[in-house]
Design a protein around this ligand. Structure first.
Ligand code: ATP
Ligand code: MG
Length: 284
């Protein structure tokens, strides 16, 4: 087991299947880093973000400083709000210039699910290349949606990279795509969150293979909600704890280059104090 929050690069991603603790660990990390003096932006790419609930505040689709934690700000990428901004950007300049019926037609064409995904993707990737954000924050922590949605976002990022490379390649001009930021371990670390159970470990291994296929090497795994490390006394809990050992073994011996095991807490890690307590299990 090791401590994680040392020599971190600019971007940090928490990924994994649904309900394994991505949001809790991302929030705990954000609080810990801000507490240690870093300027941190905590971004949720989950359309169903609950980061606001964890801190008991409203965040939404703009960078919002947290009252409860100095140096920490949050942003929830809201695909609907992003799509509206995207529509306004395109329709704004032609409103009053083109006939109303044409403007309506454009608006209708931009009202589909596809536009919403594109707009959210646009916001996500802009964060990876935005120089103001790089300057204003020491770390940007991404709390992602469950695996499937995140892989879609990565797919789109890969396609965007290939198209940029195709267009820019012959020009000799150097360029940085969001994908290149994700692939560069000096800029980005990816943390895979899982549970010490068979299916979650298999799914996390599948996610790792998908990331590797995109030339992204996950940096470490976090096994969350562990009873084995919580040293329970009741016979039932001890039995469950011993069931975890084979899975922890698989993660540490077969899958992960680095790992941490985080114990199941008696209470949900909600609010700054409990998040700080959670961070102590994997932070330095
Ligand atoms: N170590 C822990 N001990 C106890 N409860 C935990 C722990 N980690 C997370 N939880 C709780 O488990 C639930 C799921 O955690 P969380 O929301 O962080 O998962 P998630 O991976 O972000 O889920 P989703 O995929 O739905 O976004 C929450 O109620 C959270 O408070
Ligand atoms: Mg979550």
């Amino acid at each position: 087991m090791m401590k994680f929050l040392v020599q971190l690069p600019h971007f940090l991603f928490f990924t994994g299947k649904g309900g394994v603790g991505k949001t809790s660990l991302a929030c705990a990390t954000a609080v810990q880093l801000a507490d240690s003096g870093k300027r941190v932006l905590l971004v949720s790419t989950d359309p169903a973000s609950n980061v606001g609930q964890v801190f008991g505040m409203t965040i939404g689709n703009k960078i919002t400083p947290f009252d409860s934690v100095p140096r920490l700000s949050g942003l929830e990428i809201d695909p609907q709000a992003a799509a509206q901004l995207y529509r306004d950007k395109i329709v704004g300049p032609v409103r009053g210039v083109l006939p109303e019926s044409v403007v309506k037609g454009i608006e209708e064409q931009l009202s589909g699910a596809c536009t919403t995904e594109i707009a959210a993707f646009y916001e996500f990737t802009a964060l990876l290349t935005d120089e103001v954000i790089q300057r204003d924050f020491d770390h940007v922590i991404f709390d992602t949606a469950p695996t499937g949605h995140t892989l879609l976002l990565l797919d789109a990022t890969g396609a965007y990279h290939r198209e940029t490379a195709r267009q820019m390649g012959p020009s000799g001009i150097s360029f940085t795509t969001p994908m290149m930021q994700l692939q560069d371990s000096k800029k980005t670390k990816i943390l895979i969150v899982t549970l010490a159970e068979n299916t979650p470990v298999l799914e996390a291994a599948g996610l790792q293979s998908d990331l590797r296929r995109a030339d992204i090497e996950p940096w470490a795994w976090i096994i969350n909600n562990s009873l084995a490390i919580a040293n329970p006394t009741s016979p039932l809990m001890r039995q469950r704890a011993s069931n975890e050992l084979a899975q922890i073994d698989a993660v540490t011996k077969q899958h992960a280059k680095r790992w941490a095991v985080v114990p199941l807490q008696a209470q949900e890690p909600i609010g700054v104090e409990r998040l700080k307590k959670l961070a102590r299990h994997f932070a330095s």
